[in-house]
Design a binder for this molecule. Structure first.
Ligand SMILES: [Zn+2]
Length: 284
């Protein structure tokens, strides 16, 4: 494949990432509401660099609408299309069986010094104290939260949604001394109330544009890698699991590291670096 301009890459995100999302068995109802309003520094900058239509399309991918500047929360699915980087993200959903921790995967990330972002549910944190502390210590890992008990948020009223979201944030802050501004809703499910609550709590609402499908027993390692390498583009946020539910997660990440990082030059970065510091981190 020849070199892509940022805009070509961007349109490929439009054409490829949405069908990929429909394959996500963990997010049957991403419940994309009407696009939300936002205006921020990064959007302003992007607006200057992109045509009006391109900006509008990019804003839809982010789940936001361009323009009103009222500061409404954005639902972030992907980083800037100009960013030659990707974010590998790993959910720590609670598990009933097994260790609930993919030590081989995490050790591999540490050994290869691959930046990664983990979304920890409160119930998982409650049974993995050592692991939380270990993840916290790795300078190229970022931690976010993933709800307290992994509830289907749209089924809850606003007060219970707030409690479900805030409890995990409070637990990470009070027990582990770690303030984590990133939030990912369980199952990728949310409604308008969720977006307002996340904003009011001062959190960033992080979804994904590419699903790995790693808990799906029908997906082989090679099929996952094939799908991911065809789908991932500049700025992609890829969702995996590190709670032991991923069937080939370590091997797939190792394959992706070869294909995406070493061959295509897509640098793995944390979500915050992807969104806020892309140019500094990936331009040499
Ligand atoms: Zn989850």
């Amino acid at each position: 494949m020849g070199a892509q301009t940022p805009l070509e890459g961007f349109y490929n995100i439009l054409s490829l990432s949405i069908p990929a999302m429909t394959l996500d068995r963990q997010s049957q109802s991403p419940a994309s509401p009407e696009p939300k309003s936002i205006d921020s520094g990064i959007l302003g900058g992007m607006r200057n660099q992109m045509s009006r239509s391109a900006f509008a399309a990019w804003a839809i991918i982010w789940g936001v609408a361009a323009g009103t500047g009222d500061g409404a929360a954005q639902v972030i699915r992907v980083g800037p299309p100009t960013c030659k980087a990707i974010a590998l993200t790993f959910d720590m959903c609670p598990v009933r069986k097994g260790t609930g921790y993919d030590a081989e995967l995490v050790n591999m990330l540490m050994t290869k010094r691959i930046p990664a972002t983990f979304f920890l549910s409160g119930r998982w944190m409650a049974t993995h104290e050592q692991e939380v502390r270990a993840l916290r210590e790795v300078p190229f890992f970022e931690l976010g939260t993933h709800g307290q008990v992994h509830a289907h948020l749209p089924r809850l009223d606003a007060d219970r949604q707030r409690s479900e979201i805030a409890s995990a944030v409070t637990l990470l802050e009070t027990k582990y001394g770690h303030r984590a501004p990133l939030f990912r809703p369980p199952y990728g499910e949310y409604d308008d109330a969720t977006v307002g609550i996340v904003r009011a709590l001062g959190l960033r609402f992080i979804l994904w544009d590419v699903v790995s499908g790693d808990p799906d027993p029908r997906l082989s390692r090679s099929r996952m890698v094939e799908r991911l390498t065809a789908t991932v583009r500049n700025g992609s946020v890829i969702v995996f699991h590190a709670n032991g539910k991923g069937l080939h997660t370590r091997e797939v990440v190792e394959d992706l590291y070869q294909d995406l990082v070493l061959k295509r030059g897509l640098q793995p970065v944390t979500v915050t670096d992807l969104l806020d510091h892309c140019e500094q981190r990936t331009n040499h």
